[in-house]
Design a protein around this ligand. Structure first.
Ligand code: AMP
Ligand code: GLY
Length: 423
């Protein structure tokens, strides 16, 4: 079969790399891809990047399955669009992807079905939001309702910060229409973890647990990023916690979506806070995580393409999903200055040497080819990922590979996985 993957980040390189290994996959396209996807797939830069343009390419090239990497097209309804045209596509429908597309929808769903939630309230005016803030006090989390490229969440420890955040979202419209409604949430306290599952709307096949590192600097300092590294498994997700996550969060959520007439097919990603009262939901995403995917798919022993197809066909119960007992660690190398302003076009050295280390794959995020050289083209540049018999070993292997790679201004966290080792 022929598969197309939509996207250009580390997540999409990893999906392409894994799908290219599926026994029945003859060809992989990545739309538009990066310098790394070019090694395992054919990059396709379309002039017309609309749903129509992508669908036309897929039809013309007789592509059997299209996998959607990022959330925006899913929330905008690319799956419905493809299906109306009779094209086979992986991901949730627009009605289901709203679980990520509207934070208010998500919180209200959890509330309605008694799923472990944060206390919250939503508002359409700054005055009302400020009134609620006076009542509740800080700390509090202020969020734009809609998608804001991962930036619409402001965790506020003081009243001043919270007032400024509400003004930023509602008055200054810093996140555009995404902030036409604002949601104020209780700040959940604990350790975060990521828990992803495959689902066909009735059956759930869990992935192994993982943990992201959102702040840019060591020790969780500095502003939040898309994610500076990940590892799997996350020891904070003990067998007991995992059972609770499945029984009190993942299964009831999939069931609730079905009851709401929003049957969820695809990958359901839950951002968890493991609080002293048990696991609670921080967020839901309607797609693979980045950089969790790099660590997770290194551990997936089964073919990915048939699992994705089974999610859409409703046959996931019959599908084997097998995970390696090994641990995986992904260290993100980013451009100097990220997540604020950074330069692009820096030549990257040492990729081959790093890639040739045992059980290591250098996944590309923001890279491109220029005159036969690989250069930086984004904030997050690479996801250097290794397996190991233990988490400690996978961390060691990943950092050995990181040391082989250099580009001007490169920055990376030195403490990926430390939380797992400290436990
Ligand atoms: P999100 O964009 O929803 O992934 O949120 C970004 C980050 O903000 C999360 O990874 C958490 O660290 C933090 N966050 C979001 N909501 C809450 C909450 N209710 N309590 C504590 N932290 C939160
Ligand atoms: N790693 C966070 C995310 O994918 O949303």
């Amino acid at each position: 079969m022929k598969v197309a993957v939509i996207g250009k980040g580390g997540r999409e390189h990893t999906i392409c790399w894994k799908i290219a290994q599926s026994s029945n996959v003859k060809k992989v396209y990545c739309i538009p891809g990066n310098a790394g996807t070019a090694d395992v797939a054919e990059n396709v830069v379309l002039e017309d990047n609309s749903f129509d343009g992508i669908a036309a390419f897929v039809k013309e090239n007789e592509i059997d399955l299209t996998v959607v990497g990022p959330e925006d097209p899913l929330v905008e309804g690319i799956v419905d669009f493809f299906q109306e045209k009779g094209l086979n596509v992986f991901g949730p429908s627009k009605k289901a992807a709203i679980i990520e597309g509207s934070k208010i929808f998500m919180r209200e769903l959890l509330q309605k079905y008694g799923i472990p939630n944060a206390e919250f309230a939503s508002f359409t005016t700054a005055e009302e939001a400020l009134g609620y803030l006076q009542e509740k006090g800080a700390p509090i989390v202020v969020k734009a309702d809609g998608l804001a490229a991962g930036k619409g969440v402001i965790v506020c420890d003081t009243m001043d910060e919270a007032e400024a955040a509400i003004k930023q979202v509602m008055v200054d419209k810093a996140f555009g229409e995404a902030g036409s409604q604002v949601i104020l949430e209780e700040k959940l306290i604990g350790e975060e973890a990521s828990y992803l599952v495959f689902t066909d709307g009735k059956t759930i096949k869990p992935m192994v647990s993982s943990q992201d590192h959102k702040p840019v600097f060591d020790g969780d300092k500095g502003p939040n990023t898309g994610g500076m590294g990940a590892y799997s498994p996350a020891p904070v997700v003990t067998d007991e916690v995992e059972k609770k996550v499945l029984e009190t969060i993942m299964k009831p959520t999939v069931e609730a979506m079905k009851k709401e007439g929003r049957k969820y097919k695809g990958i359901l990603y839950c951002g968890l806070m493991i609080t002293k009262d048990g696991p609670k939901v921080v967020e839901f995403n309607c797609r693979f995580g980045d950089p969790e995917t790099q660590a997770l798919l290194m551990r997936l022993e089964s073919d990915l393409a048939p699992i994705l197809q089974a999610c859409m066909d409703g046959t996931l119960a019959e599908q084997e999903v097998k995970w390696s007992k090994k641990a995986a660690c992904c260290v993100v190398m980013a451009s100097g200055g990220y997540p604020e302003k950074y330069e692009k076009g820096k030549e990257i050295a040492g990729l081959e040497e790093a890639n040739s280390l045992p059980e290591t794959v250098v996944f590309h995020a923001g890279t491109s080819n220029a005159d036969g050289k690989v250069v930086t083209a984004g904030g997050r540049v690479l996801g250097v990922t290794s397996l190991g018999a233990t988490i400690n070993e996978s961390i060691g292997n990943a950092y050995k590979a990181v040391e082989k790679i250099s580009f001007e201004g490169a920055q990376y966290r030195k403490d990926i996985g430390q939380k797992a080792l400290n436990r």
